[in-house]
Design a protein around this ligand. Sequence first.
Ligand code: TYD
Ligand code: MG
Length: 455
Amino acid sequence: MAKAKTQFICQNCGTVHSRWAGKCDGCGEWNTIVEEDPMGGIGSGPGKAPKKGRPVTLTSLSGEIEEAPRIPTGMSELDRATGGGFVRGSAVLIGGDPGIGKSTLLMQAAAALSRKGHRVIYVSGEEAVAQVRLRAQRLDAAQTDVLLAAETNVEDILATISEGKRPDLVIIDSIQTLWSDTAESAPGTVTQVRTGVQAMIRFAKQTGATMVLVGHVTKDGQIAGPRVVEHMVDAVLYFEGDRGHHYRILRTVKNRFGPTDEIGVFEMSDKGLREVANPSELFLGERNEKAPGAAVFAGMEGTRPVLVEVQALVAPTTLGTPRRAVVGWDSSRLAMILAVLEAHCGVRLGQHDVYLNVAGGYRISEPAADMAIASALVSSLAGLALPADCVYFGEVSLSGAVRPVAHTAQRLKEAEKLGFSSAVLPTASSELPKGGAGKWKEVESLPDLVARIAG
Ligand code: TYD
Ligand code: MG
């Protein structure tokens, strides 16, 4: 028999290569390609007679349609991110950097569900049962009926969770420790991770249990990252945050049963994760209102407004090519704002280093932040602090015009709630609340904004 052909698979994105290479064409990462046996486990058993399915028409299903049955955890920030609770029979991937708090979050969720009478099994492949229990104790979860198991072999896990009454929720911590007898590659490779995850998803679909899979985001490419199984699961959530800060954000990037633009906000404390119901208060907590270069952006995350401070430092450069450093925002978007300031507003920044930071380790993805960023930049360059009671939002176009953005009323309501009395926003913003004479400062273009700040 001919020797089975091996493939070279990128551990970061799963791209298959015919030869080994230093750099993956798929994702551009270096040293992530590993030789694997792609057929490991597939087609090795005896052939099975095909079973005939019965297709149905869509119309014949009308009347039977219900909302996906969910199990809410009662942790409102987690439920918000999942779209109202875990869906029965679905598989959810929770990715994040090692040490960010994934195990902590899931142990708290397990305890909350267990207290509500659900059967929860926590399978840890990374820590021994005693270690998991110790953590549970710290989280006030030790007095619950959460079932613990320390297994890494897929077949053993399936045997364990199939035993006894059907579980409502199974947590697998983590997918990178899963290994199956049927796949020949080393544990942690793409083939092993995919085979293991596939088996867990099948269990979820067959039994109606919710499967929560933990995946570490990996940097070195030696073990497969969560991205290689994103397409297989029903929902993908990433747990993000800066190790230097206490905030953690649970961000939904894929959800077959709900919205994908919601976030859940938590704060890491010595007793585990605490839910943050009003993120704005947190992100504005350490404001220095008199410093030039700081502007408050009235942003939106899904259905919820979030106020956050953006900080800019513009300083004369000593280098041939000035530095541009960004934390928490898109660097190409900053380059665009700088270009518009130069081209349309006469603001010369070619001899200046520019540093931009979003407070609290938060990351902004909305173009509506353009105005706040431009204001912070101009304020820093001019050395003039912006009014402390003002928020900024609006999108800037390449022509220098300022465009209206969605959810004006909600942004302004949140700002008012937190004590801000004025706002700089685009002209022609719809849904502007009535009676705010003089409070809402409408600007038409970026030159308008610069004149308002500097003049
Ligand atoms: P963990 O949940 O183990 O991270 P992950 O599973 O994503 O790798 O969290 C580890 C970090 O959280 C660790 O640095 C300690 C911290 N932590 C707290 O600050 N308070 C706590 O109550 C717990 C359990 C952990
Ligand atoms: Mg962990």
